[in-house]
Design a protein around this ligand. Structure first.
Ligand code: ZN
Length: 384
């Protein structure tokens, strides 16, 4: 994927009326403050997205503020510039009506339907698979003129979720029974809380610690009943969870035999670095990665080479290492099923994936549905 940010060059930020944000993840939200350097578009997102994006943007500013072209004032302008809207609550902007429908990706995530002279569905990141925290996406019934759909896993089927949950829980129970510590590096948004729910649901009742930004997010979710389908479960989990608040508790957690769930999911910063370095040399302990690991990240090096960079020194890892990808995106089968259900005579654009994924998905749609699909490249102009 292209890691440089391009805005539509023909529209100046000051001429943009509104921005609709599908969810809080930084690859969707991280550049929006730039629009507030010279513009003031209204921002629309769900309440849960607003709350999570505030946490993520402020953290990004803390970590990389020096390199960013915007600062705290732009983030503040962005956050006060619009309204939070709920699923199924249409908003009118000039002659267009815009509505959010749930996307099942992370709490508060949405797909965007635009009704104007043409109808358009933008899926954003989505999945139809139910997780412990939230249900899968709603499926819109309409025949849209245009569909813009994500393609992240268009070439990769997901293994059954239940199997992954079972394996993760088994490793945790086995390690803890043998006196080891399990470290689960996980994204602070949704994944950390999801993993805690999985372990609880699978009957794990040993020590369970949560550390870092994930603790702030779980407390936010407990007050977001409109956006958490598994709120009862999450409430039970929270009562069992030991929230790590400070150095002393952190030291205690790493000496215990139990499980620690903590960001960062790819070991790029966060308390996960502390815990993984503590268990690296212990064959009785276990590190479980629960997401895709981007090439070049410390998580990727751990997986491929069984090595960690501890204080600038590359050390071999003797702890057991596993990876189970608890994806929040639709896999190949879900993408095919979803698009088959909503495709009428739509013009479909496949985006948000490696070029081969976007192209394969467009070909599949052309061969299996009555819609016409195309994988555009960044910066391309397409007539519809
Ligand atoms: Zn996302």
């Amino acid at each position: 994927m292209n890691d440089r940010v391009h805005f539509p060059g023909h529209v100046a930020p000051k001429d943009i009326d509104a921005v609709f944000l599908t969810h809080a993840h930084l690859d969707h939200s991280g550049a929006i403050p730039m629009l507030y350097i010279s513009g003031k578009p209204k921002l629309y997102a769900t309440r849960a997205t607003y709350q999570q994006v505030e946490i993520l943007l402020k953290d990004m500013l803390k970590l990389s503020g020096y390199y960013l072209p915007f600062g705290e004032p732009e983030i503040r302008k962005m956050l006060i510039s619009g309204n939070s809207i709920n699923y199924g609550e249409p908003v009118r902007i000039k002659d267009a009506e815009i509505e959010f429908i749930s996307a099942g990706h992370i709490p508060g995530s949405c797909q965007v339907v635009i009704n104007a002279d043409k109808t358009l569905l933008y899926t954003g990141d989505f999945t139809t698979i139910n997780t412990r925290l939230i249900n899968g996406s709603d499926i819109p019934g309409e025949d849209f003129d245009i569909i813009v759909i994500e393609s992240t896993y268009a070439r990769e089927p997901h293994p059954p979720r239940g199997e992954l949950e079972e394996k993760i829980a088994n490793h945790v129970i086995e390690t803890v029974n043998n006196g080891g510590l399990v470290v689960i590096p996980a994204f602070s948004i949704a994944r950390s809380q999801e993993v805690a729910c999985i372990l609880y649901s699978k009957g794990y009742r040993g020590s369970m610690y949560m550390d870092g930004m994930a603790t702030k997010v779980i407390e936010l979710y407990l007050n977001s009943e409109d956006f958490i389908d598994g709120l009862d479960l999450l409430t039970k989990v929270y009562k069992k969870l030991r929230i790590v608040r400070g150095r002393k508790q952190r030291e205690r957690a790493q000496r215990d035999s139990g499980v620690v769930i903590t960001p960062a999911g790819m070991l790029k910063g966060g308390p996960a670095i502390y815990y993984t370095s503590r268990v690296a040399d212990d064959p009785a302990s276990t590190i479980i990665l629960v997401s895709f690991q981007l090439p070049g990240t410390p998580g990727d090096m751990l997986l491929r080479e069984r090595k960690l960079n501890i204080d600038g020194k590359i050390v071999p890892v003797r702890a057991q290492v596993y990876q189970y990808k608890l994806s929040a995106h639709a896999g190949m089968e879900q993408l095919h099923e979803y698009v088959s259900r909503i495709a009428g005579n739509s013009k479909i654009f496949t985006i948000h994936g490696e070029p081969e994924s976007c192209e394969d998905f467009a070909n599949w749609i052309n061969n299996n549905t009555s819609s016409r699909a195309y994988a555009p490249i960044s910066g391309e102009t397409v007539e519809v």
